[in-house]
Each structure stands twice: as C-alpha cells, then as structure tokens.
Design a protein around this ligand. Structure first.
Ligand SMILES: Cc1ncc(COP(=O)(O)O)c(C=O)c1O
Length: 395
C-alpha cells in the first residue's frame, strides 16, 4: 500500500531516541532496582485544588463541545497573565488553547511553515522538534548552541545560516536539555536578524516557571518591537505538574492567531471545557508546585555539579532552569549512547544519551532532576564508580 510522505519523514525520528529509557523500564519491570533519571516528569502530583476544580466542572456539566479557540474564561485568564507579563494589552483573540505545548507547536508550525521553508533551530534540541519541523515539509537548519556560550543561541551563528528560504527562528527558553536561558541582549540581537530577514520567532516557554533563583527569564514576546513576529507556546504540564491534562496554548499577533484558528479547528475542534476551567484557575495565581520544583531541582543540579564536575572524565554544565543537568562524558572515551547503555547495565542508573537531543550533545548525557535527593546522590556515586572503572579500563 502507499502512504503519505509525512510517514517517511517522521519514521526515524521517534522511538530510537528513547531506547535506553525503554530498556530501563523493561529492567525495572523485571525487578531490577534501576534509578530512573531519563524523562522529565514533575516529581509531585497535580495540586488537589486543580483536581477539585476539574471535578467540579465535570459535575457542573462542563462536558460539551467547546469552540476552536478556547473557552472564554481560560482565554481571559491567559490574556490577563500575558498582559501583566508584557505590559501590553494582550487580547483573547491573540491566544488559542491546544492540548499541550506539543500540539500548540504543531499547529504553529503548520500555520507558519511549509515545504522547503527553513527553520533555524538550536542544536541541542528537545527530542520532538525535528519531527515537528519535518511534519510540515519544512527543513530544520541546526544552529549550534555552544557550551562556551552557556548553550545560548548566538545571533552570529544564526546569521551565518540565513538563506532566502529561512522562515523562522525556533527558540526554546528555558532550554531542554541544557537548562539555558536566553539573555535580553541575545534575544535583541536575534530579533534584529528576524526583523532584517522578515522571520518569525517561535519561543517554546514550557519551562518558564522552573527558573532557578538568581536567573532571569526574558521572552522575545515581552519586547514590544518584536511582538508582531513572535509566537509563544506553553502549558500547565510542567508549571502545575499536570502533563496528563494536555492543556497548553499559543499566543502571538492577532493576525497570526486568526490564520491559526482554522488549523486548530481542523485538528481538534475545541478543547475540553472542564480542563479549560481547571487551567484558568491554574494560570490565574502563582504556582506553589512550581516554587517547590524550582527549589528541589536547583538543589539536585547543585549536588550533581558538586559531585561530578571536574572529576576525571566528567564535566557538568550547570542548568539555570528546568528539569535536567547535562554532563560531558567525552573524556571517558565513550559516546553518550555507549555511556548511557553501559551505565544502565553495569550500575542500574538510567540517563539519556545526549545524542537523542542533537549532534551538539554527542558525547554527553542528560540527567533528570526529578527523582528525590537520595536517589540523585546514589546515582552520582554509581556514575563516579562507573567512570573510574571506565578510565581504568581505557588506560
Ligand atoms: C522543550 C519542551 N517543549 C514541549 C514539551 C511538551 O510539553 P507539553 O506537555 O506541554 O506538550 C516538553 C516536554 O517535555 C519540552 O521539554
């Protein structure tokens, strides 16, 4: 039988990246005491007040069809939130609610890019971005994010890759997997390029509320002179420990949002009203669960840095936000993939190979910060033992 070209474009972008994680799950199911430091799920349950609100809304019959853009209450709550953040009036017509950041990104890319368009995207990158870009027929143009620049995208690296086909700069701040946050001047320089070459700026801000103390989050959407070309995506998955609700949104210029609406309607024809009510409650007040995660994740990142950085064979990049630390293991002589596989088999510690997040993290691994402190410390001990053995074996 014949299949659409999209199935070929996406065929190699899925499962292979998660093989170490899948193997670790199998080992766990077989009774092995594996320390799982692979994926980034919040380490707490969804707040009871949000569950109560979702149940209240269901009991109140908020179970009918919605509309393509989103429930008015949630749109108003998001408009208020982004108006407060940007200092401009953001209207509900600039927002569309979609099931999670992932779907929002998909709808945005379908709205703004098509076959042959080039999307400038940082490398390393979140595991689904290549598929998102390829799905529309657009081409991902990797922009190296360099450790010496704290893994933050530099305008010169973008400028060197701009062509007449360039359509978008795809940002992720705070960044997965490196926890980097773009600085104001860096965003301004990227914005100047976007203006000069008439490019969109897409900013995935799903980790906005997981910024550690001492770091400052800045969004290109907050810069008034860029607002006409910036689209932001986010959700309550991380900020409110609610990934299973699949509740996200995009916000951008009103004209963009009008163009996106038929795309969203075609994909979904509306979200779930009871989830919209719960999300409206979530985004209308500061998130206590996010505050707790910020503290715990920063502390665990500190433990990993203090224990592993500078030890022979290892160099740790310190995150400023998010749910992960990345560790350079090149000096062990292993690829990230080989390090992760051997560490799993020999020490029962599951981390992600850096290679799953782009070629710039070849020879790195990503460690999730979402397990409790004792497990993170135990994992560090085992990583140290494994690395020492590895270096001994390599001599
Ligand atoms: C950078 C990034 N973007 C998007 C997502 C997807 O988030 P959501 O649950 O809102 O779809 C994730 C999830 O891990 C992520 O790390």
């Amino acid at each position: 039988m014949k299949y659409a070209a999209i199935t070929d474009r996406l065929a190699d972008l899925g499962g292979a990246k998660w093989e170490v994680h899948a193997l670790a799950k199998q080992m766990q199911a077989a009774g092995e005491p594996v320390i799982m430091l692979t994926i980034g799920e919040p380490d707490v349950a969804t707040p009871p007040a949000l569950l109560t609100e979702a149940k209240r809304a269901m009991d109140a019959g908020r179970l009918g069809y919605s509309n393509g853009r989103g429930e008015p209450g949630l749109l108003s709550a998001l408009a208020a939130r982004y108006s407060a953040r940007t200092g401009r009036t953001i209207s509900p017509q600039q927002i569309a609610c979609l099931p999670g950041t992932q779907t929002a990104l998909y709808a945005v890319l379908l709205t703004l890019t098509g076959p042959g368009d080039e999307v400038l995207v940082g490398d390393p990158l979140y595991a689904t971005y290549e598929g998102l870009i390829a799905s529309t027929g657009a081409v991902a143009v990797p922009v190296p994010l360099r450790a010496e620049h704290g893994f933050r995208m530099q305008a010169a690296d973008v400028a060197a890759r701009i062509t007449p086909q360039s359509r978008m700069i795809f940002l992720n701040t705070p960044h997965n997997p490196t926890g980097a946050i773009l600085r104001r001047d860096e965003i301004a320089a990227l914005g100047a390029l976007a203006q000069a070459h008439d490019l969109w700026m897409l900013s995935d801000e799903v980790y906005e509320e997981l910024v550690f103390d001492g770091a400052e989050f800045v969004s290109p959407f907050d810069m008034a002179d860029l607002a006409e070309r910036v689209v932001v995506t986010a959700s309550i998955s991380k900020s409110h420990a609610a990934p299973g609700f699949r509740s996200g949104w995009c916000v951008g210029p009103a004209e963009f949002s009008a163009r996106l609406l038929p795309v969203a309607e075609t994909m979904l024809f509306g979200n779930q009203p009871f989830i919209a009510d719960m999300t409206a409650m979530a985004v209308s007040q500061p998130s206590d669960v996010a505050a707790g995660m910020r503290t715990r994740f920063a502390r665990r990142a500190g433990v990993i840095y203090d224990r592993l950085n500078g030890v022979q064979g290892l160099a740790v990049h310190r995150p400023e936000a998010g749910m992960f630390s990345v560790v350079d293991v090149r000096a062990t002589g292993l690829s990230g993939e080989a390090f992760a596989r051997k560490l799993l088999v020999e020490e029962n510690v599951a981390v992600m190979p850096g290679e799953s997040f782009g070629s710039a993290l070849r020879g790195w691994v990503r460690i999730s910060l979402t397990q409790d402190d004792a497990l993170v410390a135990a994992a560090c001990d085992r990583i140290l033992a494994f690395t020492a053995r590895q270096l001994g074996a390599a001599v």
